[in-house]
Design a protein around this ligand. Structure first.
Ligand SMILES: Nc1ncnc2c1ncn2[C@@H]1O[C@H](COP(=O)(O)OP(=O)(O)O)[C@@H](O)[C@H]1O
Ligand SMILES: [Mg+2]
Length: 334
């Protein structure tokens, strides 16, 4: 069915050659996807949320036929991956690699018409399609200048435009707002929502928790090649059960973090640096009962506490509760 994706135990293992000194090298296997299974329903915005190195791009590359999976199966828009790859390419619009997928010596209009030709659109059809996209994304002012003269935000916008040229029922966007400034990112998200309202299914990868929360009907949280959790944003938050989140800002050492982690009732903690101070996130059962002991433990480890507050559970907390790490951490397999 159009806009539907089914992924069954998809595995991707990269073989890489690692240098050992000047001459010697050895083969190393990197398991980027460890048997990913999930289904995406027609008409939804489906988020893939995970830190750098989680395997998001690898999954997207497999689904868009750019990479051959090591094993497993997938059906995209009703077509079977590796069997009907031409049909898959014709019915998927994708944004991968951002601006690197564009011809810098061509204008926006020429780029769009060129990619339209690759989809076998007639000259007239690709001109009309390009005009429509340029209008929709307000690219009119720059449409007839070569891409090399664009700001990086404008290049990203054109890379997004390119995903629309074949008017596919399924859009696959790999971190589309990466490198965009806030207003441009907001604008792009608004267009994605609009396209979704028009009936397009969207797969949206991001490592930014807030983006997944606001954009996606359902989210799969992935880490180290595995799906850790999947559901609507409220479902994922509810999966923390009775657990609550306390956030402490100040100057907090690793030792203080460990001491808090050992307190009864605490299930996970994560320490991050934010704008020159440290932030400790504590996932625990009974916040109220914990608070005195929490402060005691921090003070005993010379922590300087500037702010301590209960927080609404976020998707980031779901990630912390499952992994003991934050989304900002790089989880690439070394
Ligand atoms: N071409 C490649 N060769 C070897 N390892 C790779 C290659 N591409 C990605 N990886 C590894 O696969 C894992 C997943 O990477 P990737 O799919 O890019 O994650 P994400 O997009 O979530 O940041 C990482 O450990 C990364 O280092
Ligand atoms: Mg990526």
């Amino acid at each position: 069915m159009q806009g539907e994706v089914r992924i069954d135990k998809l595995v991707k293992t990269y073989e890489t050659r690692q240098r050992k000194g000047l001459i010697k090298s050895e083969m190393k296997l990197v398991e980027a996807l460890k048997g990913v299974s999930l289904s995406i329903r027609p008409g939804e915005v489906f988020g893939l949320l995970g830190p750098n190195g989680a395997g998001k791009t690898t999954l997207i590359k497999c689904l868009t036929t750019l990479l051959l999976p090591t094993s497993g199966e997938a059906w995209i828009n009703g077509y079977r991956l590796t069997k009907d790859d031409n049909a898959i390419r014709a019915t998927v619009g994708c944004m991968l690699m951002g601006e690197r997928g564009l011809y810098w010596k061509l204008t926006a209009r020429e780029n769009l018409e060129f990619f339209g030709a690759l989809y076998h659109l007639s000259p007239r059809a690709r001109r009309t399609r390009a005009d429509g996209i340029i209008e929709r994304l307000s690219l009119g002012d720059i449409a007839d200048r070569t891409v090399e003269t664009y700001s990086s935000g404008q290049k990203m916008k054109l890379a997004f435009a390119k995903a629309l040229i074949n008017d596919a029922p399924l859009l696959i966007l790999d971190e589309p707002t990466n490198t965009l400034d806030l207003p441009s990112a907001r604008e792009l998200r608004a267009v994605v929502r609009e396209l979704n309202r028009d009936g397009k299914t969207v797969i949206y990868t991001t490592h930014i928790m807030a983006e997944a929360e606001t954009m996606c009907d359902r989210v799969a949280i992935i880490d180290r090649g595995e799906v850790l959790a999947l559901g609507t944003v409220p479902e994922l938050k509810a999966s923390l059960g009775r657990e609550e989140v306390t956030r402490i800002e100040g100057v907090i050492s690793a030792g203080a973090n460990e001491a808090v982690g050992r307190l009864a009732g605490v299930s996970h903690t994560a320490l991050t640096a934010v704008n020159g101070h440290t932030q400790l996130t504590v996932v625990s059962a009974d916040q109220r009962a914990l608070l005195p002991r929490l402060i005691e433990a921090l003070v005993a480890h010379n922590a300087l506490v500037q702010k301590i507050a209960p927080e609404e559970v976020t998707l980031e907390d779901v990630f912390i509760a499952r992994t003991g790490r934050t989304l900002a951490e790089d989880t690439a397999v070394k």
